[in-house]
Design a protein around this ligand. Structure first.
Ligand SMILES: O=C[C@H](O)COP(=O)(O)O
Length: 211
């Protein structure tokens, strides 16, 4: 299972969490990546943890003020990027351009989507993986794997054999992770369960413990 931890814009210490994630990955062999704020990518990557961007713009270098170049996050140490997160929705053409920009920069891609129909469309754009997240469950602590298991199984079917599916929203425990795996997800996308925890290291350790 791939554990992709999105720190969003939470008021947490990205380096402390990244160091904990690096240790947990080393000690358990579980693939754990951290997606901090863009400005923290370099510092997070220095911990040795697999580092992702939360978003890249679908543009190359040029007159694009305020954009986030895929090449820039790759230079800073990121090896992958989320695209079209529920809190950073893009139009289809922008998602396609974002995937192509990430490919040019050598970044792995996970395209997020709300439901199996959107997952089918996202998978046709040939990202490395897709992630299904029902927006109404994000940040609730109620795991998608329990609240809406069919959205995961239907997304796995919609994505087809070539594109792995992650699931996210409300995932915070090892039990949630196992449930996601049983539904066919190859990873989880999570945030608040670790980023807002009093002890993020303990939360991460507990998360991967049953794997
Ligand atoms: O990117 C992460 C997802 O939006 C899930 O967030 P959450 O774990 O806080 O529900």
């Amino acid at each position: 299972m791939f554990v992709l931890l999105n720190l969003k814009a939470y008021a947490c210490d990205p380096v402390e969490i990244a160091a904990a994630a690096a240790d947990v990955a080393d000690e358990t062999g579980v693939r754990v990546a951290v997606a901090p704020q863009t400005a923290a990518i370099g510092r997070v990557a220095e911990t040795g943890v697999e580092t992702w961007a939360q978003h890249v713009s679908g543009v190359g270098s040029g007159s694009h003020t305020g954009s986030t170049l895929a090449e820039a996050v790759a230079d800073a140490g990121a090896t992958g990027t989320l695209l079209n997160h529920s809190e950073r929705r893009r139009r289809l053409a922008d998602i396609d351009a974002g995937i192509r920009a990430a490919e040019r920069a050598g970044l792995e891609t996970v395209v997020c989507a709300n439901n199996p129909r959107q997952i089918a469309a996202a998978a046709r754009l040939e990202p490395d993986a897709v992630a299904v997240e029902p927006p109404e469950l994000i940040g609730t602590g109620t795991p998608v794997s329990k609240a809406d298991p069919e959205i995961v199984t239907d997304s796995v079917a919609a994505a087809g054999d070539e594109v792995p599916v992650l699931c996210g929203a409300g995932i915070s425990t090892g039990e949630d992770l196992l449930a996601a795996a049983e539904l066919g997800a190859e990873g989880v996308l999570l945030a608040s369960g670790v980023a807002k925890a009093d002890d993020p290291r303990a939360a991460l350790e507990a998360l991967v413990e049953p794997l």
